[in-house]
Design a protein around this ligand. Sequence first.
Ligand code: ADP
Length: 588
Amino acid sequence: MIKKISWKLFFTYIIIIIIFAISIELLATFHLRNYYIDYLASDLESTAHLIKDFLYKDISENNLFQIKSKTETLGKEIKTRITIVDIKGKVLSDSEENPTLMDNHADRPEIKEAMLGKTGKSIRYSFTLEIDMLYIAIPIVNDNHQILGAIRLALPLTEVNKNIGYLHRIVLSTTIIGLLIATLISIIISLNITKPIKEMTEISKKISKGDFSKKLKIHSQDEIGQLSLALNQMSEDLESKIKIISEDRNKIEVVLSSVIEGIAAIDKKGKLIICNNAFEKIIHCSQNKVLGRFHWEIIRNNQLNEILKETIQKGQTSTQEITVLFPQEKIFYASATPLGEKENIWGAVVVLNDITQIKKLEKMREEFIANISHELRTPLTSIQGFIETLKEGAINDPEKTQHFLEIIEKQSNRLNSLVEDILKLSKIESQEIVVNLQSTNLKELLDKVMAEFKEKIILKKIQISTNISPQFPLLKVDPEQIELALRNLLDNAIKYTPEKGEISISFLEREKDIYIEITDDGIGISQEHLPRIFERFYRVNKDRSRDLGGTGLGLAIVKHVVQAHKGTIGVDSTLGKGSKFFIILPKN
Ligand code: ADP
């Protein structure tokens, strides 16, 4: 199958040229043959007139002998057959045959014509000679205008055919040469015509692939030139429009990718048409694989799929809290809105807001309240109980009274320190309280705190060592809060270290920060408790902590103080061997 237009053009040309060449060939041969025969016929007619004049006397006198001998002689000389017939068609003489053996010639078409006084002409196939013959007959008319007979000359057309064949070969070879030249010219023409079309095809293919770098050269002002011009213009327009569209798209993509909310849009059929990075992370898949696919194939969360389906079906905004379990459990506030007019909804967009932290805080707050109530209720119940017992008569027993009052005092102290710790914690946690940064001498702060615990240290015979360089710098911190943190850490170290234990405190100035470490060789903490040790009210052993006057809020307070100073806190501990608490504070 011919696909290329150049080939189509070429073959069209060739077919036209061949038809043309054949027509020329046929016409030329036909006309040349006719012309040649006419020429021979008129030549024969002239010769016949000459012979008629030459033989007229003998014919009019009916001198058969003379007629015969002259006919034979003349026929040989002019190499043409001469036949003389009388008015009835009887052959009087023939230059090549015996007239007595010949048929009557009255029925021969040329003789018939001649007998009517005209020049008769006929071309017939001679069965005797097996060739085409040209016959010319003229009448022999006397002075009284009477037709006496006819002279007929006959010439074989072999020569004509030979000459025509020769001419035919000349015409044929000329046609073939012409055909070859025409072929060459038609190839050049068809290639020239199709070259710009080819260029246009290539450029159009490039344009369709988004490559607008190549432009067409304008070779002419004709229709092809105009088309090239229009194509160049179209390419430019398309390029600028695509640029505008892609710029707009880029802007939208940047905006979408920078928002922290997960955003996705689907069309009416449920296929994903837009999805931002945050959404990808939430549903845990990559963007180029999800676009164009149905949301239920991609999103492995029934709640989210349902809300999207419902929005498309009902054409109403719907919201719901959804829980995503993978890769980690998170809670999102999903809000799906239909896209388009009420009668013509073409899609829906869903926005996922991560509310895990809010939910966690809510839960923590609830737990905190529950914990506070519980922690407060315990000493209060105890105080209430002993007061009741005293009122019921125990007050009369001085020994019991003393004992109960001691318990009441202990419980109210505990209540007091609990309320104090809660207040401290809420004060630090409260965002309204700003850290009051002042140049502080940490060594002085530590000395002050250590002085507060002097009695306890002596009582428990604890060995305490400090390691602070004399050039330790002043640090911009909130002195009150850091004092509180140091107090809590030292309090714990003393509380959870048995008698004759050792505590060491070191302050280290490093390149970018200050490193504070409080180590004890006390009871230590087993590994499973370490991750939760800084939570509010978290205690490894509730009863022991209570006995020691602990509230379970000390480390939570320390953690908040350190965080308020943009620092970090950590613990390293082995059960039965001791603990190491460290704080890293940035140098401003
Ligand atoms: P508490 O008032 O109970 O001491 P904290 O918040 O200060 O509360 O400490 C939480 C828990 O961490 C304590 O109950 C205790 O089990 C453990 N802990 C804190 N410091 C130490 C320490 N230095 N050695 C061993 N255990 C400690």
